[in-house]
Design a protein around this ligand. Structure first.
Ligand code: HXC
Ligand code: NAP
Length: 285
């Protein structure tokens, strides 16, 4: 659970994290600060951001700028870019992490409920990407995008259909721009995390009794959920120059979860040794 990169790896680098005041965004931001980055955190709730910024500065000794921004509003993203440049001079990387999600049978969703998730996740990510990318291209600066998706971006998933549609779009955006904008020295990669406990995700995806009924660790070959530092290590690598030749990649960090649940015979782990002994005898061994 230790940090992986060399101290000072992000000295003089400035990174914007959308949804950076809570959960995984905050944890990734904290590690980047420990590595010397200047951090900009954005989300809708200014009071949450201000508290997170003050706590992070105290915990790490780094510099944090908190700017309220709804990623569905293009002018607010442009304002984040301006404020970041005013305070830190330039932007080196953008971590598209903000999201909205909840579980529901799809036929129970209103069209507004579908919109809200797709707008935060997909529109929010392409608005942020467009604003930051145009700024880098105009100023002839290199840049790095890191987008947080999920493993159901490519499998799809029932009961979180708006999120699955939107994350699939973010994955397509990542791969498309990795190719198109490489000529501008802009890299694009994604991380697909499996379950990492956060208040935001657990309260919406495992509400009430569900958290007792469906222990996510049970679905995972490694038998446990993720630790925030494990994700922070991967994010820091992909945001750093150590990954300069990684472009257009999505890296899964889920303890083997999605492969297990896609594997036709993975459920045979429930077969006890005695039964395997019996099956072996039946084969005549
Ligand atoms: C059905 C719902 C709903 C629910 C809201 N709606 N919650 N419908 N089931 N649980 C409907 C509302 O009725 C309304 O439609 C519309 O959605 C908008 O709802 P509001 O409450 O007005 O929206 P808002 O206050 O803007 O909140 C947005 C939100 C909320 C997405 C609904 O959950 C939020 O702020 N989320 C941000 C953080 C978050 O979601 N974090 C978790 C990310 S976890 P009507 O028709 O009534 O107007 C994640 C993990 C993935 O992505 C993978 C895990 C392994
Ligand atoms: P979280 O704490 O709820 O983070 C979501 C963040 O997005 C919040 O800070 C929220 O802040 C912000 N946000 C929501 N709507 C926004 C908007 N319109 N504009 C700007 N910011 C907005 O949940 P989390 O678990 O850390 O999730 C972080 C990321 O990881 C998400 O992309 C999620 O899909 C992904 N992920 C999480 C898991 C997991 O197990 N936790 C697994 C796979 C993927 P405000 O409410 O203040 O706006």
């Amino acid at each position: 659970m230790e940090g992986m990169l060399k101290p000072g790896s992000f000295k003089d680098k400035t990174i914007i994290i959308t949804g950076g005041g809570t959960g995984l965004g905050r944890s990734m931001g904290k590690y980047l600060l420990e590595l010397g980055a200047n951090l900009v955190i954005t989300s809708r709730k200014k009071e949450v951001l201000d508290k997170a910024a003050a706590d992070l500065e105290r915990e790490t000794g780094g510099k944090v700028l908190a700017v309220a921004c709804d990623v569905r509003k293009y002018e607010e993203i442009q304002n984040v870019i301006n404020e970041t440049e005013n305070r830190f001079g330039k932007i080196d990387a953008v971590l598209n992490n903000a999201a909205g999600n909840f579980i529901s049978p799809t036929e129970r969703l209103s069209h507004r409920a579908f919109d809200i998730v797709v707008d935060i996740v997909l529109k929010g990510t392409y608005y942020t990407t467009l604003a930051a990318g145009k700024n880098w291209i105009a100023k002839k600066q290199p840049g790095i995008f890191l987008n947080i998706v999920t493993t159901y971006a490519w499998t799809g998933s029932g009961y979180v259909v708006p999120s699955a549609c939107a994350k699939a779009g973010v994955l397509a955006l990542t791969r498309s721009l990795a190719v198109e904008w490489a000529k501008y020295k802009i890299r694009s990669n994604a991380i697909a995390p499996g379950p990492f406990p956060t208040e935001g995700a657990w309260s919406r995806l495992l509400p009430g009794e569900l958290v007792k009924k469906f222990d996510p660790a049970q679905r995972i070959p490694l038998g446990r959920v993720g630790e925030h530092q494990e994700l922070a290590n991967l994010a820091a690598y992909l945001l750093s120059d150590y990954s300069a030749y990684v472009n257009g990649e999505v890296i899964t960090i889920d303890g083997g979860e999605w492969l297990k649940n896609g594997g036709e015979f993975s459920h045979l782990e429930m077969v006890p040794n005695e039964m395997w002994d019996m099956l072996e005898k039946m084969r005549g061994k």
